[in-house]
Write a protein that binds this ligand. Structure first.
Ligand code: TMP
Length: 395
């Protein structure tokens, strides 16, 4: 089929989403990359068009820490408790970050894979078995030799960051026991399209998975999704339970109902994506109108949560440091730096929004519940938030 990969959304020139800028480098020219999103009509995968080298994004300066949010800590603890009931002998995590998941288990039970050396050091220091490497068939063979096959492989918000899915799944086939289970959690394409959260796309998120796309990529490697759970985490994700074809575990009813939902929304047809792109353009206009209005009326606007996602929004909508005074964020490695592209100062979050702030742009909208809980006083005193999903509004 000619033109099997169709571009449907252009989010413009974008800097690397986690490349927060030091004051000293503020005047340096930043590298930007055109962020175009495309749909593959054959395998149904939705991905970004120009893929940046992994080493430029995942290196020893990676600022993101899973453990900074309570929501994430609680979420992974709950899953760990479920996993413990099945008494796995060995658990391997791909993208173990600062150990937010593996620290729920005994040290001799887990193996962590984390290519960002600064983050991997945290778990290594605490005596967890972690490898500062990318997940590849070569590493899978190394692990097989040392530990034998593992019975559970988990990966949260990581597989969507890896270009070569074939290599990922080859590695799974090598390291996973024939009766073992592979669990992936990643943002849901269906939720992204429903909630108009186009900021799920940034240079690191090479894919936003639907069941339809992911199952095709797995099928080539004799791997099969046998159960799906919907999660609130990261603004709407799916937890996919995957097994080898040779494993006779029954298909859970959630799979068929999920396929039905995705097809009903049209995720297997180009129209769903071109319509989404139209809504995104409208969203940009409406969000910019809100910010322009604030500026016109001399309102003080700050940002809450300098997320990688918000980098896409700010750069796409041309919202800059004249419209947002500063961001607050709990991540130490982001504090006292500036947002990529838009150069807005990030301050340490002291959990309380200043009384003289009129509006707060919710960059970490995916942690809305946790943040609203912390900021009860600001809300009680009439404080307002600006949010872009499902459409830009003041709440
Ligand atoms: P994420 O959406 O990529 O997970 O990033 C969430 C960011 O939001 C991270 O930098 C931490 C920040 N954050 C706060 O500053 N305060 C909060 O209360 C929460 C939940 C997150």
């Amino acid at each position: 089929m000619r033109n099997k990969i169709i571009d449907f959304l252009d989010l413009g020139a974008q800097p690397l989403a986690n490349n927060f800028i030091n004051k000293k480098k503020l005047l340096n020219k930043e590298r930007k990359y055109r962020l175009i999103i495309c749909y593959n009509k054959i395998n149904k995968l939705v991905s970004i068009k120009k893929i940046i080298s992994s080493n430029d994004m995942f290196n020893d300066k990676y600022p993101y820490r899973s453990s900074t949010s309570k929501t994430m800590r609680v979420h992974l603890k709950k899953l760990s408790n479920i996993i413990k009931k099945s008494k796995p002998k060995k658990i391997l995590e791909i993208g173990s970050n600062d150990g937010c998941f593996i620290k729920n288990f005994k040290k001799n039970k887990t193996i962590g894979i984390e290519p960002c050396a600064n983050v991997e050091k945290i778990t290594k220091k605490n005596n967890y078995n972690t490898y500062p490497e990318y997940w590849t068939p070569k590493l899978a063979r190394k692990i097989l030799k040392k530990y034998n096959k593992v019975d559970l492989i988990f990966s949260s918000n990581t597989i969507s960051h890896i270009k070569n899915l074939d290599d990922v799944f080859k590695g799974i086939n090598i390291a996973l026991d024939d009766k073992g289970i592979f669990i992936i959690e990643d943002p849901s394409l269906l939720e992204c399209l429903k909630k108009n959260t186009y900021d799920q796309f940034y240079n690191e998120h090479i894919y936003v998975f639907s069941y339809l796309g992911l199952s095709n990529a797995l099928k080539k490697h004799n791997l099969e999704i046998f159960k799906i759970e919907k999660l609130e985490i990261h603004g709407g994700s799916n937890r996919y339970y995957i097994k080898k074809n040779s494993n006779v575990l029954k298909l859970h009813k959630s799979v068929n109902s999920h396929i039905y939902e995705e097809k009903k929304f049209g995720l297997n047809k180009l129209n769903a994506y071109t319509n989404f792109a139209k809504r995104v353009k409208l969203s940009k206009k409406k969000l910019l109108d809100i910010f322009k209005n604030c500026k016109k009326n001399n309102k003080k606007v700050i940002g809450y949560g300098a997320t990688a996602k918000s980098v896409t929004i700010l750069n796409y909508c041309n919202i800059n440091n004249k419209m947002i005074d500063y961001f607050i964020d709990t991540t130490p490695d982001k504090q006292n730096k500036y947002t990529p592209g838009t150069k807005i100062l990030i301050k340490k979050s002291v959990n309380l929004i200043d009384a003289n702030v009129d509006f707060v742009f919710l960059g970490a909208w995916n942690f809305q519940k946790e943040i609203f809980n912390k900021e009860k006083k600001y809300i009680k005193n009439g404080g307002k938030f600006i949010i872009h999903t499902p459409y830009p509004k003041i709440i």
